[in-house]
Design a protein around this ligand. Structure first.
Ligand code: SAH
Ligand code: SF4
Length: 393
């Protein structure tokens, strides 16, 4: 199998090109095509000599991710479903910082990125873990989600084809502008990011690098269900990302009910790892807390939650649960959500109640994939020839 060019760092590409006796500046020219101009083929790289392009083609790939489906919500949140080479599906969600409510264009965009196909952690409320874990995403499949969205959102690439034919004169300017579309990343799509540690870290190094997608480390948030050893490892990395913990319960009893990972790494261990992260990193941690009716929305959770947040200088992000078809859980009514918020505010901890931007497009992780797979299965079943034997004569 050929190596994907988007899985390599500048240094790795430089080494390879040097061994081909290419001048040093070629690596940056090549990366410019990949990360600034969203090139999806070698042909368009017109400032690279033909012989070099032939050699690159023989040893590397640069195919963009294949878009299977795109959905846009009323408030312009957009969801992308990608079909990977092995026909697995993964999702990315693009969320404008300022939804263009009154025609104001939004310049900052956050992209929610997936890191695995499925998830092994089996949280009881989550669509991603419903069918278990299939595989880790490769570096280029993580990086490719950012590049793929920028390509798809670029009017110059209406169908994602890399051909330069017919492109307007100012195509370069258009492409350059749109390559800055994604300014923030949240690693909160399908999968447990810290269970795909090596690939995630390499992808983030590439997405952070000035020669790559140039997204600042402070603008990248990794969300984890609480893998304690990896949180400690992440704290020791030279690149310092923001950390979000999917807490969803402030006592072991409540958390055990929702998240099997809590039996392996109970709250006391998780809190100690977060403390270490805070010590090393100094940045505020976020607690993600989904509100699920009758499970974790009782006021008994408020005091332990506030205590934990105070101890770890964490900010709490309350998220009304998104219903997943086939699962029994529901979001609490709005007055209950607001009462939970008010009780935390009374405890004087920083807390917000998220207004779900992607609620109407199945925004919670794993849901579009689940829906598409169910539809494809139903379609396959409907078109399958009947297997019943004809009645014997
Ligand atoms: N595995 C990581 C990151 C992916 S999940 C983690 O668990 O943190 C990203 C976030 O979406 C998590 O906080 C997760 O708990 C939340 N989530 C999953 N299913 C949800 C649903 N149906 N409604 C609302 N949030 C959900
Ligand atoms: Fe996996 Fe996160 Fe979903 Fe839990 S919430 S099953 S860790 S993706």
């Amino acid at each position: 199998m050929l190596t994907d060019i988007r899985s390599l760092t500048l240094e790795e590409i430089q080494d390879r090109l040097k061994s081909w006796n290419q001048p040093a500046y070629r690596a940056r020219q090549l990366l410019e095509w990949i990360y600034r101009r969203q090139a999806g083929s070698w042909e368009v790289m017109s400032n690279l000599p033909l012989t070099l392009r032939e050699r690159l083609r023989a040893e590397f790939t640069c195919d963009p991710l294949r878009l299977e489906r795109r959905q846009g919500a009323r408030d312009t949140t957009r969801k992308y479903l990608w079909r990977l080479q092995d026909s697995s599906f993964v999702e990315s969600v693009l969320i404008p910082a300022n939804p263009a409510l009154y025609g104001d264009p939004s310049d900052r965009h956050t992209l929610c990125v997936s890191t695995q196909v499925g998830c092994a952690y089996g949280c009881k409320f989550c669509a991603s873990g419903l069918k278990g874990w299939k595989r880790n995403l490769a570096v280029e499949e993580i990086v490719g989600q950012v590049l793929g969205v920028e390509r798809e959102e670029n009017p110059w690439h209406p169908s994602g084809t890399p051909s330069g034919e017919g492109a307007p004169q100012d195509a370069d300017a258009a492409r350059l502008a749109s390559s800055r579309l994604v300014s923030n990343l949240v690693i909160m799509g399908m999968g447990e990011p810290l269970a795909n540690y090596e690939n995630l870290l390499k992808a983030l190094k590439i997405l952070n690098a000035p020669w790559g997608a140039a997204i600042g480390a402070r603008k990248i948030t990794i969300s984890t269900s609480g893998l304690v050893p990896q949180i400690r490892r992440l704290a020791d990395e030279p690149l310092q990302f923001r950390l979000a913990i999917s807490l969803h319960g402030a006592t072991d009893q409540t958390r055990n009910r929702l998240m099997p990972v809590n039996r392996k790494y109970p709250l006391a261990e998780l809190a100690a790892a977060c403390e270490y992260y805070l010590q090393k990193n100094g940045r505020m941690i976020t607690f993600e807390y989904i509100l699920i009716e009758g499970v974790n929305d009782g006021l008994d959770q408020v005091r332990p939650l506030a205590e934990l947040a105070r101890r770890l200088h964490a900010k709490i992000n309350l998220i009304p649960y998104n219903h997943v078809e086939g699962l029994p859980w529901r979001r609490p009514p709005e007055p209950v959500q607001r009462a939970f918020l008010a009780a935390l505010q009374k405890q004087k901890v920083p807390v917000t109640l998220r207004q779900e931007k992607g609620h109407d497009i199945d925004a919670a992780c794993g849901q579009l994939r689940l829906k598409t797979e169910r539809e494809l299965a139903a379609h396959a079943a409907a078109s399958r020839p009947a297997t019943r034997r004809p009645p014997s004569a």
